[in-house]
Design a protein around this ligand. Structure first.
Ligand SMILES: NC(=O)c1ccc[n+]([C@@H]2O[C@H](COP(=O)([O-])OP(=O)(O)OC[C@H]3O[C@@H](n4cnc5c(N)ncnc54)[C@H](OP(=O)(O)O)[C@@H]3O)[C@@H](O)[C@H]2O)c1
Length: 334
């Protein structure tokens, strides 16, 4: 198979993970990167893939990457609120797009992106790298196997104290894409949603907002109907937690490493009424490389992307409803 030629728009911090991943993937190669800041694309490339200096074109701008005739797929690691406009341009230029989570901060924007991708016959996927780690499949297969019974409750916790170097994540209101909800919330909410066959019926959340209107901590409740419910807690001021747990009448599964860095071993604890407690170690795996490999295959063959369009829509719908609940201080129906 011919390699998928990738372009990146934005010299973002997360490129430290994605640039090496694109070049380590079996079917992909990076050929272009652009930044709106002069020299930043080149600096980013030299920092993360110096050996490719002569193979990758660096641009002071994003349009040169979007309209590059040799680029097949574009990775979009821009600020959350910028994803939609740039993704639309890329899709209309007939490029496949991998968009960092959250795909957009409004569900109606996700709908527009999905329709436009269909019209232009290109693949589109939200970049939830954690879903490509073997530990994720192990959790989902445990739930599907029914050894826990029907899942009636799930809980997720994601937090770390935000460092001053990252204060740009909380310098604008939630409505404008800032805060923990749009940064770490997508992981906590997405994982919960994978446990239930139903979509959320209503949500309720409270948050501590800073002077810019960005949430520093948010806790909430998601009602899936028929007594199926989940709670989540995300925070930029609590100690590091990366935990997910789901409960049925027959047992529980817990993963204390669910969104952790790719170079660490993962752990899954299963406790059932019949077999008691087992602890499994899942070897370290680079979920960024696995994600890029998967998207390369989705582009070049007939495999359906693991993260579906419907999933991206419901993720945005749930997150924007949580945002509304924080604002209105009450339940929001979806
Ligand atoms: N999957 C993951 O593990 C993961 C981890 C972190 C973040 N993310 C997601 O990835 C996206 C990017 O997050 P990030 O934290 O990597 O963003 P970031 O470093 O703040 O970069 C976002 C954009 O802001 C511009 N920028 C970067 N540094 C700047 C600076 N010093 N001054 C002015 N502009 C600057 C860049 O665009 P220009 O180069 O065009 O200026 C860049 O593309 C977000 O959607 C986030 O939710 C995913």
């Amino acid at each position: 198979m011919t390699k998928i030629r990738w372009g990146i728009v934005g010299a973002a911090r997360v490129n430290e993970r994605l640039i090496p991943a694109i070049n380590r993937s079996d079917l992909g190669e990076l050929i272009a990167i652009g930044s709106r800041r002069k020299g930043a694309a080149k600096d980013c490339l030299l920092k993360h893939l110096p050996e490719s200096e002569n193979k990758v074109s660096c641009f002071d701008g994003l349009d040169q990457v979007i309209n590059h005739e040799s680029v097949d797929a574009i990775y979009i690691p821009l600020a959350n609120e910028e994803h939609t406009n740039v993704a639309l341009k890329a899709i209309r230029a007939k490029k496949h797009v991998l968009i960092e989570k959250p795909m957009a901060i409004k569900s109606e924007e996700v709908t527009i992106l999905l329709e436009e991708a269909k019209k232009n016959n290109v693949e589109i996927m939200e970049g939830f790298m954690y879903a490509f780690h073997p530990q994720f499949d192990r959790i989902i297969n445990t739930i599907k196997s029914n050894i826990l019974g029907n899942i009636s409750y799930a809980h997720s916790m994601f937090s770390f104290p935000i460092q001053p170097a990252r204060f740009y994540r909380i310098d604008r209101s939630i409505e404008n894409g800032g805060g923990a909800l749009w940064d770490i919330g997508p992981y906590a909410i997405h994982t919960i949603r994978q446990c239930f066959k139903e979509n959320p019926k209503r949500v309720m959340a409270i948050a501590k907002l800073n002077e810019h209107g960005a949430d520093i901590s948010t806790s909430g409740l998601i009602d899936f109907g028929n007594s199926k419910r989940a709670t989540f807690d995300i925070s930029f001021e609590c100690t590091r937690r990366s935990e997910f747990e789901a409960f049925g009448a027959l047992g529980r599964v817990k993963c204390p490493t669910v969104w952790q860095p790719e170079d660490k071993q993962a752990k899954i604890i299963i406790n059932t009424e019949s077999s008691g407690l087992t602890e499994e170690v899942v070897p370290a795996a680079n979920h960024f490389v696995l994600e890029i490999n998967h998207f390369n295959k989705a582009i070049s063959s007939d495999i359906v992307p693991k993260l579906s369009n419907e999933d991206a829509f419901w993720n945005a719908k749930t997150l924007e409803s949580i945002q509304q609940s924080i604002k209105e201080d009450g339940w929001v129906n979806l």
